[in-house]
Design a binder for this molecule. Structure first.
Ligand SMILES: [Zn+2]
Length: 61
């Protein structure tokens, strides 16, 4: 019942619809601070790749 307790507001993904350049359909991507968080795959198989944050510092894995 505390699933949302640890989500940082700055990191909350914002859904946004993008038009697929391949089939013209809509693809829902998740943005965080203007960057695509994770790959979004269209029904036709087109993939919008996640973006690397510019100037991000590499973190220990
Ligand atoms: Zn498509």
């Amino acid at each position: 019942m505390m699933s949302f307790g640890c989500i940082d507001k700055n990191k909350t993904p914002v859904p946004e619809e993008r038009t697929c350049p391949q089939c013209g359909g809509e693809i829902e991507v998740f943005l965080s601070m203007g960057q695509i968080m994770e790959d979004a795959v269209c029904d036709c198989g087109y993939v919008i790749k996640a973006q690397e944050p510019l100037g991000a510092m590499p973190e220990a894995q």
